[in-house]
Write a protein that binds this ligand. Structure first.
Ligand code: MEV
Length: 308
């Protein structure tokens, strides 16, 4: 029997634009999904204890990476599904990690590659950002160009992503979950239609990419005020792309008076927002006061791992 776990994530800057090959920054957070897996020796079949939300990710992960006997898989997750916090990536990565460990082939990069394939099959169009940060942990910077601290390179159709380790300073983020679940696939498809049909949307995608590059510099120099301003601009552009909702905007507005910056995180359409702040308790209170579910999260979290 093996137990693995993998973290969820927040996207600091660059969601949606990353699907089109633009840069993005993602940070692993201390909410994890756990997978317990064991080979069972009868042929009655595996026991399905998986919530229906993640069933297709788990069955696809097993299909892609396992050809041994029947498996008994049990998943527990601290990440609400459809929250924009990478719950499906964390479940997929933890499951692939458990299978890799059963095979004696546990390797972060292989798990990240397989997990991206699984997400692409189940979700449709996607980038490898959620799956790569869940596998690697800490922080990643994704770009269409190779830079220093390269972890791995993933390509699909004409798109290329170079995934880099990204040093993350100590920062406190508060996540605010609206409680509204929003599956990523349809939101990515909606933005793609907009980008395919209007030059304006393509310019927004480019501008988000530029904001992310500037944000990387601000993060490296520890300029939290500058980073916060860029988060606010990124949020405004995501709203123009049509992925913000009134409940998300309410939580962003509640957080802003006590924050350097705030924005929706992940696919939007519901899901969660994040605020960068030195006053996490105040922000959490403000989010709760507007009906959101706050989580105070630190940075520097480990990626996929086998539990003791
Ligand atoms: C989802 O966490 C982030 C999106 O950019 C989709 C993706 O990159 O696959 C919206």
């Amino acid at each position: 029997m093996v137990v693995t776990s993998a973290p969820g994530k927040v996207i600091l800057l660059g969601e949606h634009a990353v699907v089109f090959g633009r840069p993005a920054i993602a940070l692993a957070i201390g909410l994890r999904s756990r997978c317990r897996a064991q080979i069972i020796d009868d042929h009655i079949g595996s026991v399905d204890r998986i919530g229906v939300q993640h069933g297709s990710y788990i069955s696809t992960a097993i299909h892609c990476s396992w050809d041994g006997g029947p498996l008994d898989i049990e998943i527990q997750s601290q990440l609400p599904s459809g929250s924009g916090l990478g719950s499906s990536a964390a479940v997929t990565v933890a499951t692939l990690g458990a299978i890799a460990s059963l095979k004696g082939e546990f390797d972060e990069e292989t798990i990240a590659r397989q997990a991206f394939e699984v997400e692409s099959v189940v979700q449709g169009r996607a980038s490898p950002i959620d799956t790569s940060v869940s596998a690697h942990g800490k922080g990643i910077f994704i770009s269409s160009e190779r830079g220093s601290d390269l972890l791995w390179h993933i390509s699909k159709d004409t798109r290329n992503w170079y995934i880099h380790d990204c040093e993350v300073p100590d920062m406190t983020l508060v996540v605010g979950f609206t409680g509204n679940k929003a599956p990523t696939g349809p939101l990515v498809a909606k933005v793609k239609r907009y980008v395919d049909h209007t030059r304006f949307a393509r310019e927004i995608i480019d501008e988000i990419g530029d904001i992310t590059l500037e944000g990387l510099q601000r993060m490296r120099s520890g300029d939290v005020e500058g980073l916060g301003r860029l988060m606010n601009r990124n949020h405004g552009l995501l709203a123009i792309l049509g992925v913000c909702t009134p409940p998300l905007q309410k939580l962003v507005d509640a957080a802003l008076p006590h924050s350097y910056g705030a924005k929706l995180t992940g696919a939007g359409g519901g899901g969660s927002m994040i605020a960068l702040t030195d006053a996490p308790e105040k922000v959490a209170e403000a989010i709760k006061g507007r009906g959101g579910i706050p989580f105070i999260v630190g940075t520097g979290v480990e990626g996929v791992k086998v539990e003791e």
